[in-house]
Design a protein. Structure first.
Lengths: 338, 617
């Protein structure tokens, strides 16, 4: 892959179509990051396929100069599964939103993750239905007021990480739309992962849910409210890099290094490759008085569905080579009439 | 061996094996039909089993049956009523009264006709035959259970395992009755239980004991010989509709040089297609058992986009779930074969019973103006050709094709001459490599002759493109909401399907050229309608049959045929869906109708009676 890295540039992945998202929508930034990530990975545009369901973010394939398929609501994961299983040689991306992926498409999503189909799933989470003009979504917080919940919702949201890891996901990352520095790197890692990779991108809906992630993404306090995890590195954060995550009994705890007797040695080192997902789950679920985890939280190798399907085909065919339908039929209970 | 026995030669005979759903009647029936096919009889079979995996033992709801019709002439249906019934318990006898001729031979296991057995089957007296009014049947009463236990005593099997062989004892008796060679049966059993030599031995012993028992007691019935018929020379095998459908798909993929992909979710009575194709990894077939019906078709759509011959198999409730995805395949103009093995509806209905009630769902059950190809297979073996044609049309015309079969032909089997693929038409998809216009290629640019768009398979440099469920501009292939363009695209998709009529055979009419009445049918009723026509012709009536395989588009000569006869009767297992469809296509067409929705095959005698009334009206 490294030899191809300089052949394609971000613009080679960009189509000639006019991008129709609202001005200021977080999707624009993610699209640019995706072009960059694809160029960095270097798989040619014609060997790349971008599949999507329905929703604002699912318009994305039209803006790619790759093979693409804008499908039907919620079913992108199933279509991408068929495509990748038929053609493991293609790099297959699945673009989806919180409604598409976690409401109408929830079943297909968890099964694609469970099977570990080698898909790069980018989940645009703006906690709202934008295309249908402002209803609450499965990721909206309890009590969220929207057009379809004028008195506030009375249901708890999904946490995408919890669902992905619960479905035995092998890769989970979280990114921020406006973080043009780190998002391409995260998407690149998701592409390099063999298996179903889920990248949740926190995106802003400027029209129907403006500022939804502001408490996390605003530059004024982003450093204090988020932690960027890198495999093999200490879990430190804060504007002064003075805060760290430590294990306190069976719980994670945020501490200030040098206070209350905590030193840098007490701070955990991030191991994204650990098979046991207990710590990954705890990291992904951080909130409230803890920083939101960003970056690649889990990245574990496991057999992929698409490769296993073709290995099994090859195994069976090696035992019974060069067969045609006629060969097969004649090998069964056959009688001749002369 | 039969030197002392009276032998009657028959042209055709109907045998029904019936017992508890755990009694192995399906296996017994299948073995017997295979034996008959091997000796050169024509066969047609009809498994009739309960939807429950195991209903309570000995009860009426637990009765499982397998009917086979064999003969020396053309056999197209499993037959109306049985000449011979094997009833392993009183419930089987009671359930099958309606399937018996008045002079039938009934073979029973007296060990399972005890008081408690009779009670379970809700008999009030201890004489089930009298109670059911079966005074004239010939009963062969054998203590099968005890004979089997005795016969297998030396093998060291436990009681339960030994008793499981009693179906083979019954089969042995029937083999004696019909002079079937036991060595072929032994061979089949040896193959079936190759991994379990003891079980093979026990089954073969029970089979032989049954045969000898019949021979030794000279049961007071005569044995019957069904002569082998002069079939076309060639290699034959026994095949049911679901297997033939699977093989038809494989054949088409092989011919087109494409990989076959099946995305499916288990559903009665279509699941055997998934089973068969999952086994065919040796032929490179990919199967995905998806998480639901929608994912079944969606994975197939993904595979079709990827460049496979893509198919999905289902039954009525599954077809309903797939509707939206079929619409996606229509608007994105991707090849896809959707197989609907129809069963009784609505909703869950009667999952193991057959109907033709999904026709209108197949034709119209989608949002928007959403035309596609609809076809139907007529017999178990015809499923092969129908699946081949469905694949050919899907690939060459870039469209989903719904192929309707039904539970009756899917599970029914007959002897099938292994086809020579060299005689089948080529399959040549409209690949983008064939695009030679001066305008640059776009995904929805079309072949001017058949209006088919060009297929650019991912991985090809220079042809990256985006498809989708949104309406596209006729020229630029970009998203478009322009009203004039939409009208044009709707008309183009319709015209593309209509044009397929130029690429399919004309409708055939069989029977009398100067017929006074035309019988019209489609799908799995072919055997019954053909037999009805033949009986009526033998009675001196002038009758013809037009049995449709291509339903949308209809063959070009349809209107001409339907307006040629004084009387036309459309017979189908629904409330008149095909008749109404034809009325919408052929001006002034107003046929007689024969509709039955019982979940059971037509009864030929009844068809003859009803059609004669129409003819003489």
């Amino acid at each position: 892959m490294t030899t191809q890295e300089n052949i394609y540039q971000a613009k080679d992945y960009k189509s000639d179509q006019y991008v129709r998202w609202c001005p200021g929508c977080g999707d624009h930034a993610v699209l640019n990051c995706l072009h960059k990530a694809m160029a960095a990975v270097g798989i040619p545009p014609h060997r790349t396929a971008v599949i999507s369901g329905i929703g604002c973010s699912s318009r994305l394939p039209y803006y790619m100069n790759t093979y693409g398929f804008h499908t039907i609501h919620g079913r992108g994961a199933a279509i991408a599964t068929g495509l990748k299983t038929a053609r493991p040689d293609l790099s297959v991306w699945l673009i989806t939103g919180d409604g598409d992926c976690l409401a109408i498409g929830g079943n297909h999503f968890i099964h694609a993750v469970r099977r570990n189909v080698d898909l790069n799933i980018v989940l645009f989470n703006n906690k709202i239905y934008g295309l249908t003009k402002g209803q609450y979504s499965p990721t909206s917080d309890r009590g969220f007021v929207s057009k379809s919940s004028p008195y506030g919702t009375v249901e708890d949201p999904f946490i995408p990480a919890e669902l992905a890891l619960g479905a035995r996901g092998t890769f989970f990352a979280r990114a921020i739309d406006v973080d043009m520095k780190n998002t391409p790197e995260i998407l690149e890692a998701s592409a390099r992962h063999k298996g179903a990779s889920v990248t949740e991108v926190l995106v802003n809906c400027v029209i129907f849910n403006n500022g939804v992630h502001k408490q996390i993404t605003d530059r004024a306090f982003r450093a204090e409210r988020t932690i960027f995890l890198r495999h093999g590195e200490k879990m430190v954060y804060g504007a002064e890099n003075d805060k760290g995550i430590v294990l306190d009994g069976l719980k994670l705890k945020s501490v200030t290094i040098g206070q209350d007797g905590y030193t840098l040695d007490d701070v955990l080192v991030h191991d994204a490759h650990c098979r046991d997902n207990t710590l990954h789950m705890m990291l992904a679920m951080m909130g409230e008085n803890m920083p939101i985890a960003l970056g690649v939280i889990r990245d574990v190798e496991a057999p992929t569905y698409d490769a296993a399907v073709h290995e099994q085909l090859a195994d069976v065919q090696a035992k019974m080579p060069a067969r045609t339908l006629n060969d097969f039929l004649m090998s069964g209970d056959v009688w001749e009439i002369k | 061996m039969t030197e002392q026995t009276k032998v009657t030669t028959l042209e055709k005979v109907v045998i029904r094996f019936s017992g508890d759903s755990g009694d192995g009647m399906q296996l017994t029936g299948t073995l017997f039909s295979n034996l008959s096919a091997i000796v050169g009889n024509e066969i047609s079979t009809f498994p009739d089993y309960p939807a429950e995996v195991r209903a309570p033992q000995g009860t009426l709801s637990g009765v499982s049956g397998f009917q086979v019709h064999l003969g020396s002439g053309k056999i197209l249906t499993p037959g109306d009523k049985a000449d011979v019934l094997v009833a392993m318990n009183p419930a089987a006898l009671k359930v099958n009264v309606k399937h018996l001729k008045s002079d039938s031979i009934v073979i029973i296991d007296t060990d399972s006709f005890q008081k408690s057995d009779l009670e379970k089957a809700l008999f009030a007296t201890d004489d089930p035959f009298a109670e059911l009014g079966l005074g004239s049947v010939q009963v062969v009463a054998a203590p099968i259970s005890s004979l089997v236990k005795e016969g297998l005593a030396d093998l060291g099997l436990d009681n339960k395992s030994a008793l499981r062989c009693k179906n083979m004892f019954a089969l042995g008796l029937v083999c004696w009755l019909f002079e079937r060679p036991l060595d072929e049966a032994m061979h089949l059993l040896q193959n079936k239980f190759a991994q379990k030599p003891l079980i093979a031995q026990a089954n073969i012993k029970a089979l032989t004991d049954g045969y000898n028992y019949g021979h030794n007691i000279h049961a007071s019935v005569s044995t019957c010989r069904i002569e082998g018929c002069k079939a076309e020379p060639g290699f034959y095998m026994d095949v049911n509709g679901n297997k033939a459908t699977s093989y038809g798909l494989i054949a088409a993929a092989e011919k087109a040089g494409l990989r076959l992909f099946l995305g499916s979710y288990p559903i009665t009575p279509a699941t055997d297609i998934l089973h068969e194709l999952s086994k065919r990894k040796d032929l490179g077939v990919i199967t995905v058992q998806a998480e639901d019906e929608i994912a079944g078709i969606c994975s197939a759509i993904g595979a079709g986009f990827a460049g496979c011959l893509a198919a999905t198999s289902t039954s009525g409730p599954g077809l309903a779930l797939k509707s939206e995805a079929i619409g996606l395949a229509v608007i994105s103009e991707l090849p896809l074969v959707v197989i609907d093995v129809q069963r009784s509806g609505p909703s869950t209905g009667m999952p193991t019973k057959s109907e033709q009630t999904d026709l209108l769902q197949a034709l119209y059950g989608r949002n928007g103006e959403c035309p596609l190809v609809v076809m139907a297979a007529s017999t178990p073996t015809d499923c092969f050709d129908a699946a081949y044609w469905a694949s050919k049309l899907a690939l060459e015309h870039m469209t989903p094709v719904i192929l309707l079969t039904d539970a009756f032909i899917a599970n029914g089997s007959s002897a099938w001459k292994i086809p020579d693929l060299g005689t089948y038409p080529e399959i040549e998809p409209n690949y983008v490599s064939g695009y030679h216009d001066e305008k640059p290629w776009k995904p929805y640019r079309r072949n001017k002759e058949n209006l088919v768009r060009y297929w650019a398979i991912p991985g090809q440099e220079g042809f990256a493109h985006r498809l989708g469920g949104l309406e596209k501009d006729y020229d630029t292939s970009s998203i478009s909401t322009d009203p004039v363009n939409h009208q044009k695209m709707v008309a183009t998709r319709e015209a593309k399907i209509e044009k397929i009529a130029d690429y399919i055979p004309e409708q055939e009419v069989i029977g009398d050229a100067d017929a006074d009445m035309l019988i019209v049918g489609w799908g799995g009723t072919y055997g019954h309608l053909y037999e009805t026509m033949e009986i009526m012709r033998k009675q001196g009536k002038k009758v013809a049959l037009a049995h449709f395989r291509f339903i949308n588009p209809l063959p070009r000569n349809t209107e001409n045929i339907l307006s040629r006869y004084k009387k036309v009767v459309v017979a189908e297992h629904n409330n008149g869906q095909f008749a109404n469809y034809l009325r919408s296509k052929v001006t002034g067409f107003n046929p007689y109708r024969f509709n039955r929705v019982k979940g059971q095959p037509f009864v030929v005698a009844r068809l003859v009676e009803e059609f004669t009334k129409i003819l003489e009206a």
